[in-house]
Design a protein around this ligand. Sequence first.
Ligand code: HEM
Length: 421
Amino acid sequence: MNRNLKKYGETYCFSLRYSKVNIITIDPDVIQHFLRKNEDNYKKPVADNEVLGHFVGKGLLLATGERHDAHRKLMSPGFRPKSIGRLIGLMDEQIDRYFSEMDQRLEKNPTVIIDQEFSDLTFRVMTRAIYGDDMNQEEILDFSDRFQNLQKMMIKLVRIPRLLKFYQMTGQTKFYEQVAKDNNAYLNQLIAARRKQQPKEDLLGMLLSCRYEDSDEGMSDDQLREETLTLFVAGHETAANCLSWIVYILAQHPEVIKKILAEYAEVIGDKVPEFTQLLQMDYLNRVFDECLRIYPPSWITNRIAVEDDHVNGFDIPKGARVIPFIYGLHHSERLWPDAETFNPDRFTKEERKGRHNFAHMPFGAGPRMCIGRHFATLEMKMIILKMLKRYRFSLVENHKVELLPSVTLKPANGIKLRFES
Ligand code: HEM
């Protein structure tokens, strides 16, 4: 793609056997047109949705049209910074517990592929933040096993959606369909039991209190199950991969770690951070923004044109697939001089001024922008800060790290770290 962008410019068209007109772009004006200015004309493709919908149901990520708008409106209050800030205690407890377990493993072997650790850790943190203390530790681990099993199948199918029919015909999905069924039964029970309890300050509690504007009714048990499961689909892999890339960068920049810890001592001291204090950690925010620029976990997205359209000299025919290439946008030399160099100062107030609003969009943009961005940022900040305070680590030499652009942007062979005792 990068070669073609150099050859044909920031927006170009190509054909594939199954979709004739595909328009890929790293031009922030064109992306803004697709995702914001003429958003009604560009819809999420349905093919990917069928696969995910089959296993987890149609939550926000997969909903389209009026259903999407109504659900987004309904759920938004639960995802505002003030609501998310209340989850800090639940996250804190799970992270401490996880690192204590990891300490025991490190005693035996100080070298780890950190990706798998982050995958398990973020799953547990999400589970605790969403379902609170309704699941005990054993149940969290069972739920994690079931979900990660499903996730493996879903990732395969999202990459090649037409395999779903084939797998169904040959009986290969049977096992996973049973896992999904068991999972649904378990969650339905949990949600039904929650309705009888006093309101709780976890994400399920917040979603239970949300009401549709027109009817003043809340979500049904099935909807709550689908929406909470969808959060894992959208937010688990993305956050886990993002953390791997962040530590990959930090391990190469000990001076940045020092500055983050100094800022921590100054703003927070020795207590559990409060959400508003984390927002005040300006240097940490800049480091995160820059890591998300260099390694955006959601590296690409796409929409289908509903009607003919025209933007910046390009005719977009009805049915065309438009593809904002977020990784390419974040590495554009026009927008980001010396783009491959890590430099958090790109995100000082002064540097931000005059930059295109759509030059940096790790969480997407427009009406389908990531609803979980405050959740993700809080979770990742808590994990990174605790990790930096607790451990010293370095990259294992001769372990080659390469990009693997899968459903999310992953490190191909993982990030291998050596922890000092
Ligand atoms: C670093 C972590 C994350 C990144 C980089 C990320 C990125 C994104 C992006 C780019 C989109 C928009 C996709 C598109 O326009 O096609 C999106 C949507 C979404 N994200 Fe995230 N996300 C992250 C974490 C999370 C978390 C933790 C959650 C849940 C707690 C979450 C929930 C969602 C949902 C539900 C949507 C669909 C929103 C809608 O269609 O209205 N994400 N995310």
